[in-house]
Design a protein around this ligand. Structure first.
Ligand code: 13P
Length: 411
């Protein structure tokens, strides 16, 4: 049977950069469609996370947007209060419209910890968010990530073996300092960004540290520096540096021993490719083109971008400042495009645009397509759990300590 691929495609953000094109981010969806249409070329996903099982059944890959909508609606109706769908602000509109709660990483973690009545938490976000929801939710609850290949390339930039090795090196370097016994500050407190695997969160829990998100990084670093002489911050170099500078603290990387000896915040070399697209030149261009424009960016951007902007903060913060601004105001936004487009649509009385003229969605968030949501909900409605995200008990126990310390440090 020949199938028109274009007709099948659920409308998506039109991506102009290679990395975010659907061919690369949704391999099985595109493979099915290409095969049915007799097209031989199949593009494999570029990201490591896409190696995780990507087993979308053929039937779902071939449904169009309307059919997927009615499947999702029917399954939700059948599951009722047993199901809660969480959606991160970067999700596309075709997904976010089904979210019972939308939020930034912090808000969604709070939500997961406070909805014991739902048996199933379907997390429309990325893998580390679903892991955190599993850790924070009750033992009777099951967390599902519709597409297991939805990871985070920045989270993958630090792994437990590397962090253990770095920790041992720091231990040696600061061996002359007191050990943290009897009320003495610890030589180093580990802080992991929410965008990290559960075993790194557990590492922080075990070593007197904690997790932060972009909405409470300042509070978390203040907490940590009150208990330790310095912080090891991973995996996002930029959030670490931006927060250290906000607090007036010295920072440094692990490659320079002199800087390292003085640093209060030791930053890992990790980054978000979506946020690194934003530049200070783009801000200058926006200011020249739109006199009076206000610029708001995410703190995963480089420091020069954060410094040139008028404001910076988490996705929830970005939404709030724009919502609270006066009609007629103009906003240039430095964050993921799905959120920027939604803000522009929801606030027609304001001019809102993305700082980067080349539209580039977060390629991994984009992997949650309605076909995957329809599939996992249909399965849940039949009592079968697919794509469950489950953290082992030992890791979960320590990671929970680090996450609870985070939740106690509200932004
Ligand atoms: P927020 O916590 O601001 O939603 O950020 C999450 C994220 O992954 C940004 O890249």
């Amino acid at each position: 049977m020949a199938i028109d691929i274009l007709k099948l495609a659920t409308p998506a953000v039109v991506a102009e950069c290679d990395e975010s094109s659907e061919q690369r981010t949704l391999p099985s969806l595109v493979e099915w469609r290409a095969r049915e249409a007799g097209v031989a070329t199949v593009h494999r996903a570029l990201h490591a996370g896409a190696e995780r099982a990507d087993a979308l059944p053929r039937e779902y890959a071939l449904l169009d947007g309307d059919a997927l909508d009615s499947r999702i609606a029917a399954a939700r109706a059948k599951l009722g209060a047993r199901l809660v769908i969480l959606g991160h602000h970067y999700q596309r509109d075709e997904i976010i419209k089904y979210a019972d709660a939308r939020g930034d990483s912090f808000k969604l973690a709070q939500f997961a910890a406070a909805r014991p009545e739902a048996d199933y938490i379907v997390f429309c976000g990325v893998h580390f968010m679903a892991e955190s929801a599993d850790i924070l939710s009750g033992p009777h609850q099951q967390v599902v990530l519709p597409n297991p290949a939805a990871g985070c390339s920045m989270a993958d930039m630090a792994n437990i073996a590397e962090v253990e090795e770095c920790w041992a090196a720091l231990d040696e370097l600061f061996a002359d300092e007191t050990t943290g016994a009897a009320g003495e500050p610890q030589p180093v407190i580990p802080v992991t960004y929410m965008n990290s695997a559960a075993d790194l969160k557990a590492f922080c829990g075990r070593h007197g540290g904690l997790v932060c998100t972009s909405s409470n990084a300042e509070q978390v670093l203040t907490w940590a520096l009150a208990r330790g002489r310095r912080v090891l911050f991973f995996p996002d170099e930029h959030l670490g540096r931006n927060t250290a500078l906000k607090l007036g603290k010295d920072f440094g990387g692990i490659e320079d021993d002199t800087v390292l000896q003085q640093a209060k915040v030791i930053v890992w070399k990790g980054w978000c490719s979506t946020h690194l697209r934003f530049t200070a030149e783009q801000i200058a261009e926006a200011r020249a083109a739109y006199p009076g424009v206000r610029v708001v960016v995410h703190p995963e951007c480089r420091h020069e971008v954060v410094a040139a902007a008028d404001a910076n903060g988490s996705t929830e913060y970005i939404i709030k400042v724009i919502e609270e601004s006066a009609p007629g105001t103009i906003w240039a936004v430095g964050t993921e495009i799905n959120l920027v487009k939604r803000l522009a649509r929801e606030h027609p009385d304001k001019t809102i645009f993305c700082l980067d003229p080349v539209v580039c969605p977060c390629a991994t968030m984009y992997r949650i397509h309605p076909a995957y949501l329809a599939w996992v909900l249909d399965e849940l409605a039949e009592g079968r759990v697919v794509n469950q995200v489950r953290v082992d008990d030992e890791t979960a126990q320590w990671a929970k300590i680090a996450l609870e310390r985070m939740l106690a440090n509200k932004g």
